[in-house]
Design a protein around this ligand. Structure first.
Ligand code: CO
Length: 498
């Protein structure tokens, strides 16, 4: 293994973390707050930040002494942090899903989780119970007047954007059929064809997979209205968590994965635990032409992709006859086996995410792949105005050490052209979540703005909101949160209307 370089200025490459510090974030959220003003620990909140930071993630991990098998099975809990004039107002509420209401009443798990959580009571009761528990825990976005709590295998739940009160399952303005899947990873087209749009997909899978690609208006009175809709069928099983967009294409990476349903049906494993890399399979890029692009109504293209497993993409862009897509690759599908406790996982035994760039030649279908950074990372994004365009900068969560798998403890700004990086490192006792880059709307510079993160501080056993300068990752402010929030998933920034 290469000897990782220590950067004395940036303080990266701290290898030591305490497993208990990391795992202590996994606790139940015990309280729901309504408009609590956040207390500043240090620094100052930039007055130019005007909007709401919404965040989703698992908030209920244990019932009556029984734990979820994987945090991804935890019920969705939404936080909102409203920024105005240098102050931040905090609220949080669980999404009142049907299953959450039932389990709250019963005081125990009544449903199996996709990632292996078992129903309380006799083990045999899990067999043949194939009901899906829509836990609405993966992402939260605003579309029109609706705040949507997303979970990819079912329809979203609609919440009041101000009070976070759950209104019920959403059809997204009549677009989705009953219980239809709607991915948790919509992409916001900043205006590739004049008006900005939200592009999202839903997938139904089996021996064949159907991808429904939908584009929604996000401006004015028509916000939330469907403006483009297509369905395409592809051979093979698909596990598609995320995708990327360019002006002409929606790009999916169909991992070489197979699904063995037997242990799931027998109640021995959760559905996601039955996914395995298919050694004889071949990953594919699925390129679906966007109706607003140059190739509407044309058939999709299927192109062989490199090996590895991908949950998340950073961004994609196109130049002449070449498509570039940056993605976080794992050597294999990471999973927690039925007898393991997720709080005690050995990070060294799991593959780390590595940011790689694939260039797809659209004339001959040849792929070139290169590594953008060897450091373990997740949750990467570009300036939202550069979504689908060639961005120079990216922001992501990384391990504190330079090589190998470890918890996410640092924020990194990576220059995608010269590969130089800035870091803000919370190690050894701090643990970061997905960074949200918010551009300074009064600046033309791609990296002017701020980065927001929720931090778990192992030393004080508390959650904090941290604000960094997007350009150099200099610390701006830390605020104390009134509740403990487990390591979470995705979130969004919604700008105040001017
Ligand atoms: Co995701």
């Amino acid at each position: 293994m290469a000897n990782p370089k220590i950067n004395p200025v940036l303080g990266i490459n701290q290898e030591v973390f305490n497993q208990t510090d990391w795992s202590s974030a996994y606790c139940n959220v015990e309280k729901e707050c309504t408009r609590t003003k956040l207390k500043l620990i240090n620094g100052s909140v930039p007055k130019k930040l005007n909007g709401t930071f919404y965040k989703n993630g698992p908030g209920r991990l244990e019932r009556n002494g029984a734990w979820v098998h994987h945090p991804f099975d935890g019920d969705g809990m939404i936080t909102s942090m409203q920024f105005s004039n240098g102050e931040v107002i905090f609220s949080n509420r669980f999404v009142r899903t049907k299953a959450w209401e039932e389990e709250e009443k019963a005081g125990k798990f009544l449903y199996r989780g996709v990632f292996g959580t078992k129903k309380s009571g006799l083990k045999i009761s899990n067999a043949c119970d194939l009901r899906l528990k829509n836990i609405a825990n993966t992402n939260v976005i605003k579309l029109g007047d609706e705040l949507l709590a997303l979970w990819e295998a079912a329809s979203p739940y609609s919440l009041d954007p101000e009070t976070l009160i759950t209104k019920g399952l959403s059809t997204v303005n009549g677009v989705l059929k009953d219980k239809e899947a709607f991915s948790a990873h919509p992409r916001f087209d900043p205006g590739h064809h004049k008006e900005p749009r939200m592009v999202n997909f839903g997938v139904t899978t089996g021996p064949k997979s159907t991808i429904r690609l939908m584009e929604f208006s996000v401006e004015g009175n028509n916000s939330g209205q469907l403006i483009s809709d297509r369905k395409d069928i592809f051979p093979g099983f698909s596990f598609l968590h995320d995708f990327a967009i360019t002006p002409n294409w929606a790009i999916f990476l169909q991992n070489a994965i197979e699904f063995n349903p037997i242990p799931y049906i027998l109640g021995l494993k959760g559905a996601a635990q039955c996914l395995r890399s298919n050694p004889n399979g071949k990953a594919k890029f699925l390129l679906i032409p966007r109706d607003s692009g140059l190739f509407p109504k044309q058939s999709p293209r299927i192109i062989d992709a490199p090996n590895g497993f991908v949950f998340h993409h950073l961004n994609a862009f196109e130049e002449e006859n070449e498509l570039t897509i940056d993605s976080i690759f794992y050597q294999d599908f990471p999973s927690i086996s039925p007898n393991d406790d997720f709080r005690k996982i050995d990070f060294n035994q799991l593959p780390e995410g590595i940011l790689k760039r694939c260039k797809i030649n659209l004339l001959n279908n040849k792929i070139e792949q290169e590594i953008l950074s060897n450091q373990c990372c997740e949750f990467a994004m570009v300036n939202p105005s550069f979504q689908g365009f060639s961005a120079k900068y990216s922001w992501m969560a990384t391990a504190s050490k330079a090589i190998g798998n470890a918890p996410l403890q640092a924020i990194k700004k990576l220059n995608l052209v010269n590969r130089k990086a800035f870091y803000w490192n919370a190690a050894p006792r701090g643990f970061v979540s997905e960074p949200i880059m918010i551009p300074d709307e009064y600046s033309q510079n791609e990296d002017d703005g701020w980065v927001l993160i929720l931090l778990w501080d192992g030393a004080t056993q508390s959650s904090q909101l941290v604000i960094l300068d997007a350009k150099n990752l200099k610390h701006q402010a830390t605020l104390e949160l009134p509740i403990k929030i487990p390591h979470g998933l995705h979130g969004t920034w919604v700008r105040n209307k001017i």
